[in-house]
Design a protein around this ligand. Sequence first.
Ligand SMILES: Nc1ncnc2c1ncn2[C@@H]1O[C@H](COP(=O)(O)OP(=O)(O)OP(=O)(O)O)[C@@H](O)[C@H]1O
Ligand SMILES: [Mg+2]
Length: 395
Amino acid sequence: MTRILVYTGKGGVGKTSIAAATALACADRGYRTIVMSTDIAHSLGDAFELELGPTPVEVVPNLWAQESDVFFNVARYWGRIQRYAASVLRWRGLDEVMAEEMTVLPGMDEVGSLLWIADHHDSGDYDVVVVDAAPTGETLRLLSLPEAAKWWMEKVEPIGRRITKLTGPLIQRVVGMPMPSDDVFKAGEELFGRLEHMRGLLADHSKTSVRVVLTLEQVVIKEAQRSFTYFHLYGYPTDLVIANRVLPDAVGPYFRGWYEAQQRYGPIVEKTFHPVPVRSVPYFDREMVGVERLRQLGRSLYDVSDPTEFFYRGRPYSVHRENGTYTVSVDLPFTEKEGIDLSRHGDELVIDLGTWRRTVVLPRILVDVPTDGATFEEGTLKIRFALPSAQESRS
Ligand SMILES: Nc1ncnc2c1ncn2[C@@H]1O[C@H](COP(=O)(O)OP(=O)(O)OP(=O)(O)O)[C@@H](O)[C@H]1O
Ligand SMILES: [Mg+2]
């Protein structure tokens, strides 16, 4: 089975270094490991002091590294859809070059590189896939995409396809607008299918751990908390928080202020992320680049433990049954009750939180059962359901 380790955090906290050091530690333990970056600003190559490309390059025995390439990824998954979109834009009178430019969706390149995770998982070539993910904001947006895509595919796409089949030739004759051909839909289906598969892998508690890298500074901790909430909301398992660049006790008078602030934030971080464990990495006296330095970083982080270990096992969602009624519990740490909005659409329970939305597809037995109130206590949202009908509760 392939283990997937995703490192994320605010810009500059040390994601790339820690992902590279982790991958190296895995390879040194004998795991066939690939480390890849979804960040289009390449720095994985700098960490290893190597030229990397869009396909895996061997770094040391058992370790391969890869950096994503916008054009490579876009062409691979988005090409056919993009060509259709371009033909529509040209029909609207946009010139050739503009039409091409307009159809590169923002974020599509990063999505393409996220899809590599699924590819490497499925290939069976690796025991561990280590991901150096782009800074948190973007990562979260990308992680929510498969859900949006799934919704689109199930609800909108079949209708679109039917309409095109029935009226496409007519529309094309009368107004001249190019109609998507079947292979455009097929490309869309394929892409969304891959996204859905990727989402499934990332939410798989037996395979994936999303690890949050932070430094002991107020703004960084705040952002880490926010992403922690969203990982729970989307069901991505988190098993470790890494406090990087922790100043040693022997720090001189110049850095005293920083040191004291870190000493204050340390316990706060421990408390806020509890029960997920926090490990610290010291502020080294130089840049952590090259294989030897990265090994040192890895040793200080994992010591004798195996980086592929599950450092914490928790379930952000659960369904309980008590006296014949059901409760769906969702852990949403650091959230205020006021921010949560709940709605029901058939078999889907929709949780809105700020600009984010999570759709929980309910267990079959609850599909026709009305909700019977919700509570939010100590970071857990509990949604109660009325008694299922007698016939259903027997099944
Ligand atoms: N514990 C540490 N001690 C000393 N230097 C470190 C430590 N961790 C990382 N660095 C150095 O800090 C710099 C930034 O680290 P890195 O590139 O890993 O951050 P990042 O989170 O990936 O940044 P970005 O968001 O820009 O991708 C690098 O030069 C790296 O060598
Ligand atoms: Mg980086």
